[in-house]
Ligand binder design. Structure first.
Ligand code: HEC
Ligand code: HEC
Ligand code: HEC
Ligand code: HEC
Ligand code: HEC
Length: 319
């Protein structure tokens, strides 16, 4: 048993080394962009619609995924952010947040770290605008003001994990080896020129095709780097310590993008393709009669054996 664990870990260590391989993809840390001052500005900076023209399939697939509305969610995420503010932030004695006006980028990072990592490029006004927009959206819903509701929902959905969050902002992980993402470059599997006038270069992101890339948001457990660690997604933890450690070798991308055939429409139990791949279920049943005791006599009984095998690369469900 000990041996298996050891082999698993050394494989993982190798992946980490390969991921920070020799190709210099990035460059020196670029100067910080001026902070976005409104939701509109932040959304425009990461707008994915400009990529649609040439990458229509990727864009269509992405539009069907939860990544394309990562603050709105199913739409359960936006309301849960408000709950975290009311039942968490405002009740914690040292959070610095008593009212909505006290909310900052830092306070929202306990969710935005993964649901909207680019929020760290915005002012505190944007953090407050997000909260007031979610409140206004809920109010419009309650009052049956459909037009306003749809408009606000669109604004909330404009805050998302778009193309350039993955293909630029989070693309390079081992920055001391691979460099920092450059503002004129899309990161993928190839180097060269890129037809987009805003991003005329294309460069290799060594870890983009590896599980560690998804692990940046799909969680190991508590987010200790925050002053108040939050915990939401934990799948990367169970992937490393339960799946890879026991010999599993497929990546998140292998299962979720390739084998599923879903590409950028990364899905879970909401898609038939993923349900097919999730479990082997073997059920055996048999009926019999049993003499229970003198008073109750012979009673009919059934025995059902259920054997379930988790074929995914992690615990399910997550959370
Ligand atoms: C005018 C057309 C055009 C636009 C607009 C465009 N791309 Fe591309 N992109 C291409 C072409 C063509 C290639 C393939 C280049 C090659 O292989 O020589 C490419 C390649 C890529 C790659 C590398 C794929 C790989 O791994 O080999 C990524 C990533 C990418 N584009 C992302 C984006 C993103 C993100 C946007 C929007 C910000 C975008 N592109 C906008 C035409 C475009
Ligand atoms: C470590 C990264 C991370 C942090 C921090 C995080 N989340 Fe999540 N969250 C995810 C990921 C990834 C998913 C989707 C995958 C899953 O279900 O496991 C998710 C799923 C959810 C869902 C269910 C999705 C839906 O649309 O129904 C809700 C609700 C949610 N998060 C709310 C929050 C709130 C509120 C916070 C802050 C208090 C937060 N999360 C912090 C990564 C994170
Ligand atoms: C959640 C992260 C994520 C988002 C968002 C994302 N991508 Fe990707 N993309 C990937 C990963 C990971 C790969 C590499 C897959 C592999 O190597 O197995 C990839 C591959 C690609 C490729 C090369 C392979 C192919 O399918 O053609 C292109 C082009 C591309 N993405 C464009 C886009 C565009 C355009 C968008 C926005 C509409 C987008 N991506 C959004 C993670 C993402
Ligand atoms: C920037 C952070 C981030 C990255 C990088 C990222 N994800 Fe996600 N992912 C999320 C969040 C946040 C959600 C949930 C959004 C919501 O519903 O609120 C999610 C949702 C999902 C879901 C749907 C879960 C469900 O319950 O339906 C799958 C599957 C998924 N991601 C797979 C991947 C894979 C595979 C990769 C790597 C190729 C990846 N993600 C990269 C943050 C991320
Ligand atoms: C061996 C294939 C396989 C690998 C590897 C794999 N997944 Fe999955 N994953 C699945 C299948 C199948 C499902 C659907 C089952 C479900 O949603 O309950 C799933 C479900 C999920 C879910 C939804 C979990 C839930 O609450 O039900 C998320 C999020 C996710 N995967 C992300 C990832 C990430 C991130 C990685 C890499 C760290 C990864 N997966 C690696 C096959 C895989």
């Amino acid at each position: 048993m000990k041996k298996v664990v050891k082999i698993g870990l050394s494989l993982f260590a190798m992946t980490a080394l390969c991921a920070s391989g020799a190709q210099a993809a990035g460059g020196p840390k670029p100067a910080e962009m001026p902070k976005a001052k409104t939701i509109k500005e932040l959304a425009a900076r990461y707008d994915s619609s400009g990529c649609m023209e040439c990458h229509e399939d990727n864009h269509d697939e992405w539009s069907d995924s939860l990544h394309s509305r990562s603050i709105l969610g199913t739409p359960r995420t936006a309301p849960t952010i408000l709950t975290a503010i009311e039942k968490g932030l405002k009740l914690f004695p040292y959070s610095g947040v008593k009212e909505d006006k006290d909310i900052t980028v830092k306070s929202l990072m306990m969710c935005a770290k993964c649901h909207l990592p680019q929020l760290n490029e915005a002012t505190d006004d944007v953090a407050r605008e997000i909260v007031s927009t979610i409140r206004a959206w809920q109010k419009a819903g309650k009052e049956g003001n459909d037009d306003l509701y749809d408009e606000l929902e669109e604004t909330i959905a404009s805050l998302n994990i778009g193309c350039m969050v993955c293909h630029n902002k989070l693309a390079l992980i081992h920055k001391w080896a691979d460099g920092f993402a450059q503002p004129d470059t899309v990161y993928g599997a190839n180097d060269g020129d890129h037809d987009d006038e805003n991003f005329p270069k294309m460069a290799v992101a060594p870890a983009l095709g590896e599980s560690i890339f998804c692990g940046q948001c799909h969680g190991l457990g508590p987010n200790y780097e925050l002053e108040h660690p939050s915990q939401c997604a934990t799948i990367y933890g169970s992937y490393l310590f339960a799946y890879v450690a026991h010999g599993g070798f497929e990546t998140c991308q292998d299962c979720h993008m390739e084998k599923s055939g879903l590409g950028h429409d990364m899905q879970a139990y909401n898609s038939d393709e993923m349900i097919e791949m999730a479990l082997d279920v073997k059920v055996e049943g048999r009926s019999l009669f049993w003499r229970k005791n003198k008073a109750e006599g012979i009673i009919p009984m059934g025995v059902i054996n259920v054997e379930m095998t988790n074929k995914t690369g992690h615990a399910i469900p997550d959370g």
